[in-house]
Design a protein around this ligand. Structure first.
Ligand SMILES: Nc1nc2c(c(=O)[nH]1)N[C@H]1C(S)=C(S)[C@@H](COP(=O)(O)OP(=O)(O)OC[C@H]3O[C@@H](n4cnc5c(=O)[nH]c(N)nc54)[C@H](O)[C@@H]3O)O[C@H]1N2
Ligand SMILES: Nc1nc2c(c(=O)[nH]1)N[C@H]1C(S)=C(S)[C@@H](COP(=O)(O)OP(=O)(O)OC[C@H]3O[C@@H](n4cnc5c(=O)[nH]c(N)nc54)[C@H](O)[C@@H]3O)O[C@H]1N2
Ligand code: SF4
Ligand SMILES: [Mo]
Length: 742
């Protein structure tokens, strides 16, 4: 027996902590934090360590599975049988792929390629080969029905960047190592470990700010694990637009704006100032619930800080004004002179020049297409996942008839999960690529087994630009795939070729070019590169690349293989790069796009519905990861129940006491959860984690109970945010009712 210890990194969440995998006879024995990793330095969270249990989970899908024909269990596989995959039978890869191919060809000849669709979930963003091949397939096949977790997560952030900078994928990060003042809205990095910001040991990085005399201010309706360590501003849910507009109002009105920065960097200053002028701290207090003096002081302190970064994450992305809020976050940084400045909100350099390339080639962007249902603009080629169910159930040209999901569980993660669940039954073909049978793909015709991140090579392509300390790491696969698991890109390629599509073809004249879109030229002179070859090409020609030898010390896969713990690329993000980031003709940040002025103009004090007097928001827990880590014993040990966090006063009004089961209802649905009373909640707000209420092949997860909070959420097109198609998952009106005991 030979034990090997192999350095790699965790791909569950964004800090990408260094791990050491102990492998014996092709099996994973254990994962531990890598002390020699240059940034995570021996830090890893319980989920990273517990991934061993996911890797070795007997409930994992390891062979292609086909729905047993005639099985009405499309809706009733829950908790069935002693295996995690009741209702399905094992088939060979060839059988599965050939049948999928034949059925796709039939659907295409009857209804065209526009009837095909794909939803890709969160874990896909941690696999370069998966995302690369998906985009390749999408472009080569002209797929329109593309959906992702992005409309429940971050697409508003991208659209804000498109409006501000003319560059969809340019997202500033807080310069944590140098900032004197971090204003953080709707983020809880002590638990989430940071998002749209890749930084291991995030808690330490945050406390370092206050240790060196700086400030961290956390704007959140819940006094979170992060807020507890710093200054907490207990804002009402979905009122960030009012708060940010008020901060800008004070800064403009009191002459605190950085005039030089505005002159150098911005266009539309006067229009923005006019548009926010009615949002005084006094006028907005009824919406935000905040003392005007406190808002005024915050504005002054922020403007006067030596340096300040403004950062917002999912808590600011899932309200009704998500794009506006993301826009105002950067506007505030700019107006205070902190955009693209040391210690401020800074733009990291991309590992691969995707933003520039995309600006030039316009391959995928914003609003190039509109959705059939709701007329929403696409964001990076994807439509709001909230309308996916209606796209399946609404007849007419372009109806969605064949759906693929990869690394996603939309029944659990998108609004109105029940509607989507029943819509899935109408599909002519539903194929899922996953590690498990989950709440969504238990409805599939085929579940195809994917490799885990330990069973594939990887390069964290999108994360370098989001690292306050620029960094990258390449890892080879640590394990041979268990069972018959395959990498997503291979599966995508096998499906694509069966309908006559080749995701990537490099023609002779494109040698040295990258991500070539060329279709197959006659004569067989074309090359079908692997993701590895493409990735190597892309990083070598990228901003940090070795330019095939022209830049000494530059990156290539070969160079990265020599540094299995990764490479720190710079001490800090380079500032003074705004003119390169901005793609608008005048090279200025547009502070007054029409869409944003209209949003500001339309902001009205929301009405309170006496039937649903409270508001529900989301929260994340240290030992959960969206919907997919509830099958790990290590993580589920102890008192893990799905609980709503309720302010004791609200509980008293509803007649609910600590630990009892209660009913949470919205205008769209209702669920039952356990009540947990806590002063951490601001009055009027209830927090409930998503990703619970299991009925897949993961047996421990099924037994854990809980409910799908997204059954409370609306998929009506009127409830989907207009500019980026964001689902409204935070600040949704609800009521609480006691349940009879027992
Ligand atoms: N342990 C753990 N870590 C995770 C995940 C996980 O499931 N578990 N998921 C990963 C993923 S996919 C992501 S995208 C990131 C997300 O990373 P974060 O956004 O940092 O994570 P959350 O804990 O959801 O933090 C959102 C915060 O917004 C607050 N909030 C809700 N509504 C509002 C509002 O209207 N205004 C304001 N100002 N705040 C509001 C919530 O109370 C919550 O504290 O986390 C990642 N990391
Ligand atoms: N109410 C509410 N809803 C939310 C949120 C919220 O804050 N509140 N947050 C939203 C956010 S930020 C996100 S990102 C979404 C997540 O939404 P989704 O991505 O749809 O759901 P996940 O729970 O992440 O499910 C991931 C699936 O991928 C599988 N998987 C894991 N690793 C791999 C892999 O390497 N390959 C493959 N093929 N499969 C893999 C898992 O088994 C699981 O089935 O949820 C969103 N939904
Ligand atoms: S913080 Fe995220 S990346 Fe680090 S070990 Fe935990 S799950 Fe993995
Ligand atoms: Mo996410």
């Amino acid at each position: 027996m030979t034990q090997r210890e192999i350095p790699t990194y965790c791909r569950i969440c964004e800090p990408l902590c260094g791990l050491i995998a102990t492998v014996e006879d092709g099996k994973l024995v254990r994962l531990r934090a890598d002390k020699e990793h240059p940034l995570s330095l021996g830090n890893a969270c319980p989920k990273g360590i517990a991934f061993t249990e996911i890797q070795n989970d007997p409930d994992r899908v390891l062979y292609p599975l086909r729905r047993i024909t005639g099985d009405s269990g499309r809706a009733s596989t829950a908790a069935g049988g002693d295996s995690g995959t009741a209702g399905f039978e094992r088939v060979s890869w060839a059988e599965a792929l050939d049948d999928i191919g034949a059925r796709l060809r039939a659907i295409i000849s009857a209804h065209g390629r526009e009837s095909l669709g794909w939803y890709f979930g969160n874990p896909s963003s941690f696999s370069y080969s998966h995302t690369l091949w998906l985009v390749g397939f999408q472009l080569a096949a002209g797929l329109r029905h593309m959906y992702s977790a992005g409309s429940q997560d971050i697409n508003n952030r991208f659209v804000a960047s498109e409006l501000l900078y003319g560059s969809l994928t340019s997202v500033p990060v807080p310069d944590l190592e140098r900032t004197d003042f971090l204003l953080m809205l709707g983020a809880n990095p002590v638990v989430s470990h940071g998002s749209a910001m890749s930084m291991p040991r995030i808690r330490e990085k945050l406390t370092a700010i206050t240790k060196r005399g700086g400030r961290v201010v956390v704007v959140d309706p819940r006094r979170t694990e992060t807020a507890r360590l710093f200054e907490h501003v207990g804002v009402r849910p979905d009122s960030d637009a009012w708060l940010l507009a008020a901060l800008l109002q004070v800064i403009f009105a009191e002459g605190l704006a950085d005039v030089q920065a505005l002159r150098r960097q911005a266009a539309g200053v006067r229009e923005l100032r006019d548009a926010v002028s009615r949002f005084t701290p006094e006028a907005t207090a009824v919406v935000t619930g905040l003392e005007p003096d406190r808002v005024r002081a915050l504005a002054r302190d922020l403007a006067r800080a030596g340096s300040a970064a403004v950062y917002g994450r999912t808590g600011t992305c899932l309200g009704r004004h998500a794009t506006l809020v993301a826009f105002l976050i950067d506007a505030l940084a700019l107006v205070t002179g902190n955009l693209d400045a040391p210690g401020g909100s800074v733009f990291g350099k991309e590992l691969v020049a995707v933003s520039k390339l995309n600006a030039r080639l316009g391959l995928i962007g914003y609003g190039k297409n509109r959705s059939r249902i709701g007329d929403f603009p696409d964001v990076l080629g994807t439509f709001p996942a909230a309308v996916m169910a209606q796209e399946i159930t609404t007849p007419g040209p372009g109806q969605l008839r064949a759906l693929f999901t990869s690394a996603g569980n939309p029944v659990s993660s998108v609004p109105n999960g029940r509607e989507l669940f029943s819509a899935l039954a109408q599909l002519d073909l539903f194929v899922s690529i996953d590690l498990y049978m989950n709440e969504t793909n238990r409805m599939a015709d085929y579940i195809l087994p994917a490799t885990t991140f330990l069973e594939r090579d990887d390069l964290p392509l999108p994360f370098t630009a989001l690292s306050p300390t620029p960094y990258t790491q390449y890892t080879e696969r640590v394990l041979e795939p268990y069972g018959e698991a395959r990498e997503e890109w291979r599966i995508i390629d096998d499906i694509a070729t069966r309908i006559g599509v080749q995701p990537f073809v490099i023609g002779p004249e494109a040698a040295g070019g990258l991500l070539s879109r060329l279709r197959g030229l006659p004569g067989g002179r074309n090359v079908r590169p692997t993701p590895k070859v493409l990735a190597d090409l892309a990083i070598r020609t990228g901003p940090y690349g070795d330019l095939f030898g022209l830049r000494r010390g530059g990156l290539s896969l070969r160079m990265l293989r020599r540094h299995p713990r990764g490479v720190v690329l710079a001490d800090a993000v380079t500032t003074g790069v705004l003119r390169e980031v901005v793609q608008h003709k005048d090279k200025r940040v547009n502070l007054a796009p029409g869409e944003i002025l209209a949003e500001l103009h339309g902001l009205e004090t929301p009405e309170v519905d006496p039937v649903y007097p409270l508001r529900v928001i989301g929260m994340r827990e240290l030992k959960s990861h969206n919907s997919w880590m509830h099958n790990s014993e290590l993580l589920m040990r102890g008192d893990r129940t799905h609980a709503a966090r309720i302010n004791p006063k609200d509980a008293a009004v509803a007649g609910i006491s600590e630990g009892v089961r209660c009913r949470v209802s919205s205008a769209h649905g209702s669920i039952e959860v356990t009540a947990r009373l806590t002063e951490d909640m601001t009055e009027g707000t209830v927090a409930i984690p998503h990703g619970w209420g299991h009925s897949g092949g993961w047996q421990r997860a099924n037994a854990a109970g809980g409910a799908n909070v997204n059954d409370l959420m609306s998929s009506d097109i009127a409830d989907v945010e207009r500019l980026a198609g964001m689902s409204n998952l935070n600040g949704v009106p609800i009521r609480l009712d006691p349940l009879p005991a027992g």
